[in-house]
Design a protein around this ligand. Structure first.
Ligand SMILES: Cc1ncc(COP(=O)(O)O)c(C=O)c1O
Ligand SMILES: [Zn+2]
Length: 443
């Protein structure tokens, strides 16, 4: 690896014992773990004046790299970027109108349009951009990752751009488009006969046999550092964090990263606090929701966060979110509880209906994981988890390009015809009632 002797921009601190790792060269030399206590959970901290960040938030980014002073890269020439991390936050008034009409709630509802990221069109692009740039800087040439789809797709693209070989381990039910995309970039796909847990297991064995670094998953400091910039962007675009943040959850990098961003900003914004995290899982793979409901019913007994089920070979329409063994639950559940948040489920049978509704009302075609998130908004309303006057953000993490078969299921206006007599003009408003009915019946 190329090596730079000393740098003062950032340091890494072990969350469990406080041991300091000076840089990413050393971090990878140490097999991405703390040499003192063995923990894989270290966080990056910067020797920087945070007033600079406030200045940066006054101008418009064209990518994540707008925040370069607060990212763990030393030289700008190593940046690998495809216009990721500059995703707009939109106000979705059709959801506000619904909350008002059905629940008499005055809400501000924002959608974080992470489907518009430049690399592969998901909210995984920012992490992949940072990873590729760091790997270029430290001279890493081989890497591997186990993923349910979107992370691997993003890493495959960005690492290709950085000239890094990326071996990808995917479960057998992976969406074919993800597999095809990764393969088309020339990166190696290993399709593991089994579920995501099995893919992780084989990837770990491969990493060990060939001494190739592997992504450490949801607590990976590279992923966290990239995704914390969502906090910077929410503040820059909206001037505040939302009261409620809704996201489809698989392993939970999203909420962990938001929490990290909030803590990092304490120096200049001591009153800043996490939004209430409402984490959504589809009923085909909902171990975190099951664990949460059990603990909630028992009033969160001592050690509750360590009690979670493992779902082997989950059968789900959203393989992108299929973490059946949620190893990070103990950390994420405590974080969610500390914000008075919740884990809730949505019915997979509603996915296509929610997708159709978003496309019809907002002209944004979501991917299935985004439909899970918006279904979570409807379910949170029904459960009384959102209060009058609050602002809510739904994270639209992917678009339809990630799952073409999902999009195909959204066909509903087609009429097969053989002659002109069978054709007549339509009234677009005529679809409205039926689409809403599909979504709101039996949530
Ligand atoms: C579009 C989308 N939304 C949400 C998630 C869940 O992300 P996490 O649980 O890591 O925060 C993923 C993860 O694969 C995703 O691709
Ligand atoms: Zn340690």
């Amino acid at each position: 690896m190329l090596r730079l002797k000393i740098q003062y921009k950032y340091k890494m601190k072990c969350v469990d014992c406080g041991h300091v790792t000076p840089d990413f060269w050393t971090w990878f030399d140490q097999n991405q773990m703390c040499p003192k206590c063995g923990s894989k959970h270290s966080e990056v901290w910067y020797r920087r004046n945070y007033n600079k960040l406030q200045r940066l938030m006054k101008s418009t980014p064209d990518s994540l790299w707008h925040y370069f002073p607060f990212l763990p890269l030393l030289r700008k020439r190593h940046i690998i970027s495809k216009y990721e991390g500059a995703a707009p936050i939109e106000r979705w008034s059709f959801l506000e109108a619904f909350a008002k009409e059905k629940y008499n709630l005055n809400l501000e509802v924002f959608a974080y349009r992470n489907d518009l990221n430049g690399g592969t069109g998901t909210f995984k692009d920012i992490a992949a951009s940072l990873a590729a740039s760091i790997f270029k800087e430290i001279g890493l040439k081989q890497y591997c990752i186990a993923s349910t789809g979107n992370s691997a797709t993003a890493y495959a693209r960005y690492l290709s751009e950085a000239d890094v070989n990326c071996s990808v381990f995917m479960p057998e039910d992976v969406i074919r488009t993800s597999e095809a995309t990764i393969s088309s970039y020339g990166q190696q796909v290993f399709k593991v006969l089994g579920d995501y847990a099995k893919a992780k297991e084989i990837a770990a064995g491969y990493a060990k046999s060939y001494n190739i670094p592997m992504s450490t998953g949801n607590i990976d400091p590279i992923r966290i550092e990239a995704k914390k910039t969502m906090v910077f962007e929410m503040l820059r675009q909206n001037g505040k964090l939302p009261d409620v943040y809704i996201q489809a959850i698989s392993g939970g990098t999203g909420p962990l990263a938001i929490d990290k961003g909030v803590r990092e900003l304490h120096e200049i914004m001591p009153d800043l606090k996490n939004p209430r995290f409402i984490m959504v899982q589809a009923d085909g793979c909902d171990p975190m929701v099951q664990a949460w409901e059990k603990s909630e019913a028992a009033d969160f007994p001592e050690g509750w966060e360590k009690d979670f089920p493992i779902i082997n070979n989950p059968k789900t329409a959203v393989p992108t979110l299929a973490t059946g063994n949620p190893a990070t639950y103990p950390i994420i559940a405590k974080l969610v509880k500390s914000t008075n948040g919740a884990f809730i489920r949505m019915k997979e049978s509603k996915l296509v209906s929610v997708g159709k509704l978003i496309a019809y009302e907002q002209k944004v075609i979501p991917g299935p994981a985004s439909a899970v998130c918006v279904a979570g908004f409807f379910n949170a309303l029904e459960k009384g988890l959102i209060k009058n006057g609050e602002s809510v953000m739904v994270n639209i993490g992917e678009g339809a390009n990630r799952a073409p078969l999902f999009l195909e299921q959204m066909i509903y206006t087609t009429r097969e015809v053989e002659n002109v007599e069978q054709c007549e003009p339509h009234e677009i408003n005529g679809f409205k009632e039926e689409l809403w009915e599909e979504v709101t019946a039996n949530v």
